[in-house]
Write a protein that binds this ligand. Structure first.
Ligand code: UDP
Ligand code: MG
Length: 308
């Protein structure tokens, strides 16, 4: 037995907080689990934090913090890990897409001695074809790099205190929670769950948000794109040796005049590759710059009284 802290990242979720607190609270109460709920309002501009404050007055097991602006779900999760006091810590979405019953299941696995319990989606929820294509590409790359099927992973997990401390000890700021729990190791297992429909409000993801998320997570986790640039460069080199040979042969056979197509194509291909490569390298440099600046991952502006 031990206390479970449930971290709930919430960004403009005023229509969900009450229900979510009730649903999670009653599921855990019924199972006789000692718990507290930690809402992390990620710079919500609606009544989200007021509702959290009201709930925290009614039930002292409920608390929360409010960011000074929107710092993103990753930051909200890590703030939650920073503030969590439980012997084990779970992260769950605020829109009840992650079933509270699975949380109970996770807790029991923790009691059995597992230190990381991953929530794996039995299948992906309703998504537009465009979104699906995009996430398939992103997770395809990540999965082959990580050697785990990232496609069905989620941020819905339960971690032992030891694992939480290990993650908090990481010096970097650009993190990818979903993969870090695998990376950390420890005694792990998983539970599968069905992704429910979002209870209220809209998904907070825009397409550009997703692209940024994919790029930032790939680069925070791996330097593979840099290596890919190198391989690309090598391939081009081989290609250009062949073309050079051909051009020279043509030259000596005096049939070289109509080579403009090749020249233009080559310029385009090589120019394009150089631009992409520079872009990738530039992106990594900007990541290094961000890490070196050492800015905090998030700034807390308000906090419910119990957590002070
Ligand atoms: N969220 C957050 N900060 C953000 C975006 C989302 O804390 O900038 C929270 C949101 O309130 C929800 C969870 O992250 O609890 C998942 O977000 P959402 O449901 O919008 O994503 P989806 O389920 O569509 O992937
Ligand atoms: Mg959702």
């Amino acid at each position: 037995m031990g206390r479970l802290t449930v971290i709930i990242p919430s960004f403009n979720e005023e229509d969900n907080i009450d229900n979510t607190a009730k649903a999670i609270g009653s599921a855990l109460d019924e199972a006789g689990i000692d718990f507290d709920l930690l809402f992390v309002s990620d710079g919500s501009t609606d009544a989200t934090f007021d509702i959290i404050e009201r709930l925290s007055k009614e039930d002292k097991r409920i608390g929360g913090i409010q960011f000074s602006r929107n710092f993103g779900k990753e930051a909200a999760i890590f703030a939650g890990l920073d503030y969590a006091k439980g012997d084990c810590v779970a992260v769950i979405d605020c829109d009840l897409q992650h079933p509270p019953a699975t949380l109970v299941e996770m807790y029991h696995l923790w009691e059995e001695g597992y230190e990381v319990v991953e929530g794996i989606k039995s299948k992906r929820g309703k998504e537009s074809p465009f979104y699906r294509l995009f996430t398939n590409i992103f997770y395809g790359i990540m999965s082959s790099l990580m050697k785990i099927d990232m496609n069905k992973t989620s941020d819905f997990k339960l971690l032992d205190r030891k694992v939480v401390n290990a993650l908090l000890d990481l010096p970097e700021r650009n993190t990818f929670f979903r993969a870090l729990s695998f990376w950390a190791g420890f005694k792990s297992t998983h539970v599968t769950f069905d992704v429910a429909e979002r209870k209220a409000g809209k998904s907070k993801w825009s397409f550009s948000g997703l692209v940024k998320y994919a790029i930032s997570n790939t680069t925070s986790f791996t330097t593979a794109p840099l290596k890919a640039v190198f391989v690309l460069g090598m391939l081009l080199l081989v290609f250009s040796v062949i073309l050079a040979a051909e051009t020279l042969v043509n030259y000596f056979l005096h049939i070289a005049a109509d080579g403009f197509t090749t020249v233009i194509l080559l310029l385009l291909i090589i120019g394009g590759c150089i631009m992409i490569s520079l872009g990738i390298i530039g992106h990594y440099i900007s990541r290094i710059y961000e890490e070196v600046k050492g800015r905090p991952r998030y700034i807390v502006s308000k906090i419910t009284s119990e957590d002070k």
